[in-house]
Design a protein around this ligand. Structure first.
Ligand SMILES: Nc1ncnc2c1ncn2[C@@H]1O[C@H](COP(=O)(O)OP(=O)(O)OP(=O)(O)O)[C@@H](O)[C@H]1O
Ligand SMILES: [Mg+2]
Length: 259
């Protein structure tokens, strides 16, 4: 976090965001920058405003005050605040929701084909076979999330963790500059959570990952930077070691079952 950073080091800028729901402030004056090709975690107790912040970035929720700026690589800055949600996705900011939304009766590869054809829809996927390049892209992406040997399996028969990785792979196919993940390791055991962390570290080479998570081992494993939210306000930001050593953060997390 030195002063030498060029503006282009950052892919997202959250400027003084506040959100009021009928007078209740879910977020108050939140400001931070997300550096390109990092895994940037947002952590904090339940109700801290983490999901609301992702809702603001993807314009599902309108802020009461503040703006979000997106700096796509080698392109003009884009003001995300006020944009249509689908335009934000097209601009290169993808989001994976907590509940997996894969087609359980289609194979892993078929789900990937659907995702690739995205905007053209399901009929195009049925009537136009993917090109050789598209199939290569699907295979290499599945490999990056460790699903290459599951390609012909029905998505419904995948383990919970594998479904999550498939969804991440489906996002990656759209070549987003930012992927947002809300508790990707929820419901996963330790080995799957660890593998998810390794996947994030692999894919950050090509995009930036914004992730919400409660599991501190997972945060330690994968975080480049951590922003702590509490009751809608930014408590602190820094490396995971700085965050864990912080007395205020420790106080906020006390009684949370040793997370
Ligand atoms: N649409 C809404 N209307 C009213 N209140 C809301 C709305 N969305 C969120 N809130 C409130 O805003 C606060 C922040 O919610 P948010 O879901 O962002 O928290 P979170 O940090 O993601 O929590 P968790 O860890 O439980 O997922 C909560 O008190 C929540 O009840
Ligand atoms: Mg949440």
């Amino acid at each position: 976090m030195s002063m030498e950073n060029k503006p282009n080091d950052y892919v997202l800028e959250i400027n003084n965001i506040s959100v009021s729901f009928d007078g209740f402030y879910a977020l108050t004056d939140v400001r931070t920058k997300v550096r390109r090709n990092t895994v940037h975690f947002f952590i904090g107790p339940n109700g801290a405003g983490k999901t609301t912040l992702l809702d603001i970035i993807c314009a599902k929720t309108k802020p009461t005050a503040g703006t979000v700026m997106f700096y796509p690589k080698d392109k003009e800055p884009v003001r995300l605040t006020g944009m249509k949600e689908y335009k934000i996705v097209q601009a290169g900011v993808g989001r994976k929701f907590q509940v997996p939304s894969v087609f359980v009766n289609l194979t892993v590869t078929e789900n990937m084909i659907l995702s690739l054809k995205g905007h053209k829809g399901i009929f195009d996927s049925i009537f136009h076979a993917p090109t050789k390049e598209e199939m290569e892209s699907i295979h290499s992406t599945l490999k990056r999330v460790g699903l290459e040997d599951r390609a012909d399996v029905r998505a419904g028969s995948l383990a919970h963790g594998q479904k999550q990785w498939l969804e991440i792979a489906m996002q990656l196919l759209q070549k987003p500059e930012i992927i947002m993940l809300d508790e990707p390791a929820a419901g996963m055991g330790k080995p799957e959570t660890f593998k998810t962390g390794e996947i994030l570290k692999e894919i950050k080479k090509e995009c930036t990952i914004i992730v919400i998570e409660h599991d501190m081992d997972f945060v330690k494993q994968a975080a480049d930077i951590v922003t702590v939210l509490h009751e809608g306000k930014m408590l602190m930001e820094g490396s995971i070691n700085d965050v864990l050593a912080d007395k205020t953060v420790q106080a906020v997390y006390l009684g949370r079952g040793g997370e």
